[in-house]
Design a binder for this molecule. Structure first.
Ligand code: NAP
Length: 443
């Protein structure tokens, strides 16, 4: 039986799909999923609502859910929150573990990010180690654990499949954070990580490797995960985070200025390639005591230059507009010109729209304008690090066939439109008709 965490998330669902698709070949009879909820019954209800009813599983044969055993749990708790007979059963049944649960929020406070991404990973590992017949553990990390020292540097940063050194011992750092003795800003300045997410993933890798003992473990490092190439269907995506946020906001005219070097290449990897590697890593584990690190990436050749992303997104949504047309006017590195463009195209019109809406006693519209403005600011604040430097992730398991950026970007745009924008537009439309103004486009 395979233990899977994070199944309600984007990657977790596609990993589950992969395990079901290849169950005969891999010998997967059942998958045990841990879902956050107050009781096992509520966990099953959440699983039905978030997973069973997802289009990701629409083509599964009837009765596929019988292969899934849903338990309520929380990775921040010891033994992932399991106890008693349920825990004993898990310990006797589980043979492989794939840990996908995490918080992908970049700006979570350090203690919370550590709780979910480090303590959570260690609890999943300890649970796996306590299973009598465990054969392997896969921990999903991120390729961005390697910090880019300077985003002014134009040459790609080469990142290898090995642990990234930390300035201090991993256990000491972990202990100090848990004791509340670490200040996030100072720590990130010391390690070079852009946010608490990539730092905590890096710390988790060190501790997982250190505590694996004789259990064969693989650290799987995806880059920016986006729409699937093939499974469960071309273009499948259900996370509005990361690159999908750019596609949706640019495509619908809500992002008019982007802070980023047009020549920078973004490493965007299809979700099904990540899932394929997760299953492979679980069922073809490394030798005991030899932890393995594997990138799940497009690679430099398959990475998408920002200028091509711009062209493809605009072309797609010009040809098939959603609720609003692309109005992207400027893409460039941070600096005076960026501040000017951002001020002219985002700050001034949206603040004016908010003020006007207040005068017209439409506080709902004013709030929407300010929310959109905050989103634009957050995108620039949080993603600038990734749009100003090219990472060259070396991979022992390159994509086969290699990714062709232009057709893949087309598939991503179509996927974002079909799976993220259209369902939201449908849900928003009946009450207030088709939105027409800049501000009303923010759902
Ligand atoms: N998406 C990317 O671009 C990307 C890139 C590189 C690496 N990754 C890695 O891939 C993995 C999956 O990411 P994702 O994009 O699928 O994220 P996601 O869509 O946000 O899903 C996160 C999953 O983790 C679960 N979770 C969070 N806290 C939990 C807790 N305390 N106990 C149990 N479950 C918990 C969530 O459950 P709830 O439904 O209860 O919140 C959800 O199922 C993560 O390890 C992430 O770091 C993602």
């Amino acid at each position: 039986m395979v233990l899977l965490t994070g199944v309600t998330g984007f990657v977790g669902k596609v990993v589950l799909h992969e395990l079901l698709r290849r169950h005969a070949e891999l010998g997967v009879e059942r998958v045990l999923v841990i879902v956050r909820a107050d009781s096992h019954a509520l966990a099953r209800a959440r699983f039905r609502a978030k997973v069973s009813q997802s289009p990701c599983f629409a083509a599964e044969p009837q009765g596929w859910e019988k292969r899934i055993h849903v338990l309520a749990g929380d990775v921040t708790q010891p033994a992932c929150g399991l106890d008693g007979d349920v825990l004993a059963q898990v310990r006797s049944d589980v043979t492989h573990a794939i840990h996908c649960a995490a918080s992908v929020e970049f700006s979570l406070p350090l203690p919370s990010a550590t709780d979910i991404n480090v303590t959570g990973a260690l609890h999943a590992l300890e649970l796996a180690k306590s299973c009598a017949h465990i054969a392997s553990f896969v921990g999903v990390s991120t390729a961005y654990v390697t910090p880019h020292e300077s985003t002014q540097e134009r040459a790609p940063l080469v990142a290898h499949e090995r642990l990234v050194p930390l300035p201090r011992d991993a256990d000491l750092l972990y202990g100090a954070i848990r004791a509340g003795q670490m200040e996030a800003k100072r720590l990130l300045a010391e390690t070079g990580h852009p946010n608490t997410y990539t730092f905590t993933k890096c710390l988790a890798e060190h501790l997982l490797v250190r505590r694996a003992g004789k259990l064969p473990i693989t650290i799987l490092r995806p880059s920016i995960v986006s729409a699937s190439r093939i499974f469960p269907m071309p273009g499948w995506i259900d996370s509005p985070a990361a690159f999908a946020a750019f596609v949706a906001l640019i495509g619908t005219g809500r992002l008019r200025v982007v802070a980023g070097d047009p020549d920078v290449r973004l490493d965007i990897v299809p979700c099904d390639e990540v899932a394929r590697r997760a299953a492979l890593a679980a069922f073809a584990p490394p030798s005991p005591s030899a932890p393995r690190i594997v990138h799940a990436v497009a690679g430099l050749e398959g990475a998408s230059p920002l200028r091509l992303c711009r062209e493809q997104i605009v072309a797609h949504f010009e040809a098939q507009p959603d609720d609003g047309r692309p109005r992207l006017t400027w893409v460039g590195r941070r600096g005076v010109r960026f501040r000017l463009e951002h001020g002219l195209r985002h700050e001034i019109p949206l603040r004016a729209a908010a003020a006007w809406s207040m005068l017209a006693l439409r506080s709902d519209r004013a709030r929407m304008a300010l929310r959109l403005l905050e989103r634009q600011r957050a995108i620039h604040r949080e993603f600038s690090y990734f749009t100003h430097a090219t990472f060259d992730f070396r991979s022992s398991m390159p994509l086969d066939p290699p990714l062709e950026p232009a057709p893949y970007l087309k598939a991503v745009c179509a996927g974002v439109q079909r799976h993220l924008l259209r369902p939201r537009s449908r849900a928003a439309r009946p009450a207030r008709g088709r939105p027409s103004s800049y501000t009303s486009m923010e759902h």
